[in-house]
Design a protein around this ligand. Sequence first.
Ligand code: PEP
Length: 256
Amino acid sequence: MPSNRTLLIAGNWKMNNDVAEAAKLADELAEALSEVPAGVEVLVCPPTIDLTTVHQRMSAAAVALGAQNVYWEPKGAYTGESSCAMLKSAGCTYCIIGHSERRDYFHETDEDENKKAAALIAAGIVPVFCCGEPEEVREAGTYVKHVTDQIRAGLAGLPIESADQIVIAYEPIWAIGTGKTATADDAQEVCGAIRETLADMFGAELAEGIRVLYGGSAKPGNIAELVAKPDVDGALVGGASLKAADFASMVVKAGE
Ligand code: PEP
């Protein structure tokens, strides 16, 4: 993490916490994160049903709110979906897109992620664009190409004019929720390749400012070595974001 980029520690609650449970966790987080270290930004991404509650409960805390999904059309007959304007009205300034669980279980494609990213950017919401390879691609040794192809297809033609309009999260699928964290060197190798791809697509100056996170069993015990790497600008955190003490400890350790 070079000094000109603010670290981002982002929690992805996935499909966990009903409204009462979300209110409790939000209250615990607001207390645990009453002091966020300088140079670190904190983001929580609860399920859609919990967004308004978490926004209200955490309004006094220096914590940004993000959604886990969006649909690109502005309104209409799209049962079960939420628009950018709806997310914005609930207090979201970020939205995760392209998570491997959406790609795998809901068959989302790079083209879908591209439309979602374009709609979010137009609405002034920052996409947290996820990419990452499955285990067989890692074993075949073609993971850098796999991930950079996802970046090229997912971000093609986006009108990105400033580095704070997008965040990338590199999440090797074999490390998500498995306890198998990539080593800090593994994370750096791919995050560095992502930055080179961003430079090729959007210019070196812009790419230098874009945050590239690592995700996959990140926890209090490994966050410091991950963010010590030059191209790792924080973490997208699943399991460890569901316990206020663990998540807050990651924020503190990232800032040390
Ligand atoms: C995630 O799903 O974004 C994630 C990184 O999960 P975990 O931290 O539990 O591996």
